[in-house]
Design a binder for this molecule. Structure first.
Ligand code: GLN
Length: 222
């Protein structure tokens, strides 16, 4: 049985543990560097990226995780988790000493935080996502119904490097105006090697296919 951790410092940890358990893997909360060993993969939950960054450095997790990511350790980040997987945060929050928030990095992309606006601007949209065909819930032809995606103070991906595959964008006609005041297509799901990131929260609406895709990525058959 695969053992998949959920970084358990802050955020919607329980929802991810439940999503993973429902797919038949062992799901374990991770709060210390020791608990990172012996895992086949890790989920970075949604929450507040500045808080997760601060606590993970305080507890000595950040350095260990960065090294593991560089070594090919599979990680899925949702929302705040996507921010933590970005090599570059477009507009990092500064702490009182004027130091920018940090990420674990791993995906060659620039991510913009709170890009769709504030909590009150949260929204849901149906998304076509690449790479889900053949997973549970697909029709006999292999095609997938769209994924109902919840965006809660969500980031978007502003740009990606050559090593990054875009798995989903919200088309311009369905995209709310962003904080830049424009309405254009926005990248909201990406994959790079064994790293997967989504701007939205599949776990809150009972959607399981993103976690399923991650499990296949770990097994090496997706
Ligand atoms: N806005 C949050 C951040 O910057 C992310 C929101 C979320 O994870 N729902 O960390």
């Amino acid at each position: 049985v695969l053992r998949i951790g959920v970084l358990g410092l802050q955020g919607d940890v329980r929802e991810h543990l439940e999503a993973l358990e429902s797919l038949g893997v062992a799901a374990l909360p991770v709060k210390s560097p020791d608990e990172l060993s012996g895992l086949d993969g890790l989920v970075l939950p949604g929450g507040e990226s500045t808080v997760i960054d601060k606590l993970s450095r305080l507890y000595g997790l950040a350095a260990v995780l960065k090294a593991k990511i560089a070594d090919g350790f599979p990680v899925y980040g949702s929302c705040a988790g996507m921010i933590l997987l970005a090599d570059t945060i477009a507009d990092p929050t500064m702490n009182l000493r004027g130091e920018p928030q940090q990420s674990f990095g791993g995906i060659d992309m620039v991510v913009k935080r709170n890009a769709f606006g504030r909590q009150v601007d949260s929204f849901e949209v149906d998304l076509e996502i690449k790479g889900l065909d053949g997973l549970a819930g697909s029709t006999p032809g292999g095609a997938q119904p769209p994924v109902r995606a919840a965006f809660i103070r969500a980031p978007w991906v502003q740009s990606v490097g050559d090593t990054v595959e875009v798995l989903a964008s919200i088309p311009a006609e369905n995209t709310p105006k962003g904080v830049d005041g424009t309405r254009t297509a926005r990248i909201v799901a990406v994959r790079s090697g064994k790293l997967l990131a989504t701007s939205f929260h599949p776990e809150v609406a009972g959607e399981r296919r993103i976690h399923e895709l991650f499990i296949h990525m770990i097994r090496g058959d997706a």
